[in-house]
Ligand binder design. Structure first.
Ligand code: ARG
Length: 279
């Protein structure tokens, strides 16, 4: 640890507002990413129990968590991060690439309509919400290559009025930006360089020279699919190397077991949509 590394006492947790969806109807009936195998059994009861632990943890640590009702026949709805992107109280709806998930976009938009978010935009172009849009203090980082499109990125920039930085994903295992990169605090991030094209890697290096870099092992257990409140970093418990690096930076990593939800290709961050209020 060098002299400028913040210690936990210097980090602060800021109370957050999250939206989650209980995995009551979770199963793997189709495959739209390499983690999904419909032939492999899923224990829905265990998925719910593991999810309940994350839901409870957020609240124990002072965060507000709202819930959207799960809809039968939409097994991926548990991955609330994909449902929208909310910045400055403005809600950009999602438009999914795959037909299997298409109905989730309007379902999430409807929740926002019914729960007091007047500034809504129903998107014209494909964007999979916070699966591909991650918000730092300065930028909106935006994944493309598998799901969200450059046109979707442009639409987000126009709606939010924030600079959107497009990043090219190249490994089908890391098909959403939130499987390869996480925002820790302000403009501090962690990421897996191997998930990005050479040019995008260079962009990340220039913008975030002090980022935490994950190794292939931590990335492969979805260690980057993490949520931070500025102090606590909730991440898959198997990502122990990453947890050590975070501790050295003054964060408090909290390991969570979401093994059943990994069968759908998601973990902590995928289950968590952050609702950012107007500043
Ligand atoms: N089965 C879902 C899909 O392929 C998983 C989504 C995970 N969510 C995320 N934010 N990465 O779309």
């Amino acid at each position: 640890m060098n002299a400028v590394t913040p210690r936990p006492a210097e980090r602060t947790a800021r109370p957050r507002h999250y939206l989650m969806c209980r995995p009551s109807h979770f199963e793997v009936t189709y495959a739209i990413n390499p983690w999904m195998d419909p032939a492999k059994p899923v224990d829905t009861g265990l998925a719910v129990a593991q999810w309940e632990r994350l839901y409870a943890l957020y609240q124990e640590l002072g965060h507000r968590v709202d819930l959207i009702d799960p809809i039968p026949g939409l097994p991926d709805m548990v991955y609330a991060a994909n449902g929208a992107t909310v910045v400055d109280g403005k809600v950009l709806g999602a438009r999914f690439r795959n037909a299997e998930r298409a109905a989730e976009g309007p379902a999430y938009l409807e929740w926002f309509r019914a729960n007091g978010h007047p500034e809504l935009h129903d998107p014209e172009h494909v964007n999979e919400g916070e699966g591909d849009f991650l918000v730092t203090a300065e930028y909106v980082l935006a994944g493309r290559g598998f799901r969200s499109t450059p046109a979707g990125h442009a639409e987000a920039q126009e709606f939010f009025g924030r600079p959107v930085i497009g990043l090219e994903l190249i490994d089908p295992r890391y098909y959403h930006l939130d499987t390869a990169l996480a925002v820790l605090d302000g403009d501090e991030i962690m990421y897996n360089p191997e998930a990005f094209s050479a040019g995008s890697r260079e962009v990340l290096r220039r913008l975030f020279p002090d980022a935490v870099l994950a190794d292939a092992g931590d990335a492969a257990v979805f260690g980057l699919n993490a949520v931070s409140d500025g102090l606590h970093v909730f991440l898959p418990e198997a990502a122990t190397g990453l947890a050590d690096k975070l501790r050295e930076r003054g964060f408090e990593p909290i390991g969570v077991d979401l093994s059943e939800l990994l069968k759908g290709g998601g973990s902590v961050k995928c289950c968590t949509l952050e609702l950012r209020p107007r500043a």
